[in-house]
Design a protein around this ligand. Structure first.
Ligand code: HQG
Length: 180
């Protein structure tokens, strides 16, 4: 399997559908690396630990975290982007004064009306810099628009922000009045 394909499959399994390969994640989203590789193999995806490590190291966004679990075995989880109910254990942090959200221009009228909504994910995802926002927006069809979020005003008004292990800014909802 190509490395990008494997990364996408890992995102699918670890963020959305662990059951698709017969896995259950713990309440914080972790699963033993050995169990993940065995489950993938049982579903026709033969990946060795070295290949997995290559994907993790080469991943442009460091989407996955690996660490030694309490039982001494290595465990892995996605650092953000889940649609299943796991607890990442994030603590609120003060955001920078502005954050960015890259999206398709076609979505902007609806976003201006409703604000940024998290849909099936746990949070709305925001970027700390314009180039990241541009890349996120470019995943969509058509022209990209970058919205600027007045994070300082949101924080002053009591909205909470979190930062994932791989640097993605997260919040529950961005009401339209904080968007420029
Ligand atoms: C849009 C990637 C209409 C929103 C990225 C986005 C990120 C609305 C889409 C992470 C809306 C949701 C998440 C509203 C939001 N009306 N459209 N009211 N509110 N939207 O993929 O932020 O590569 O769930 O603008 O780098 O694009 O997966 O969210 O276009 O960190 O690691 O609804 O996914 O990371 O799309 O991206 P997504 P996103 P990974």
């Amino acid at each position: 399997m190509d490395l990008v394909g494997l990364s996408k499959r890992l995102s699918y399994v670890l963020r959305h559908r662990p059951d698709s390969v017969g896995l259950t994640l713990d309440r914080n989203g972790w699963v033993a690396v050995d169990d993940l590789l065995a489950a993938l193999a049982a579903h026709g995806v033969r990946v060795g630990r070295a290949e997995l490590d290559t994907v993790l190291a080469g991943n442009d966004k460091r989407r996955f975290a690996v660490e030694a679990g309490p039982d001494g075995r290595d465990r892995i989880r996605a650092s953000q982007g889940h649609s299943i109910p796991i607890d990442l254990g994030l603590t609120p942090v003060t955001p920078p004064p502005v954050l960015y959200h890259g999206t398709s221009a076609a979505a902007v009228p609806s976003i201006r009306a409703e604000g940024l909504r998290k849909a099936r994910r746990h949070h709305v995802h925001l970027s700390g810099d314009l180039s990241t926002a541009q890349r996120v927006g470019a995943r969509r069809r058509g022209p990209v628009e970058i919205l600027t979020v007045d994070a300082a005003a949101m924080a002053a008004d009591g909205h909470q922000f979190y930062r994932s292990a791989n640097g993605v800014w997260l919040t529950d909802h961005v009401p339209p009045r904080y968007l420029r």
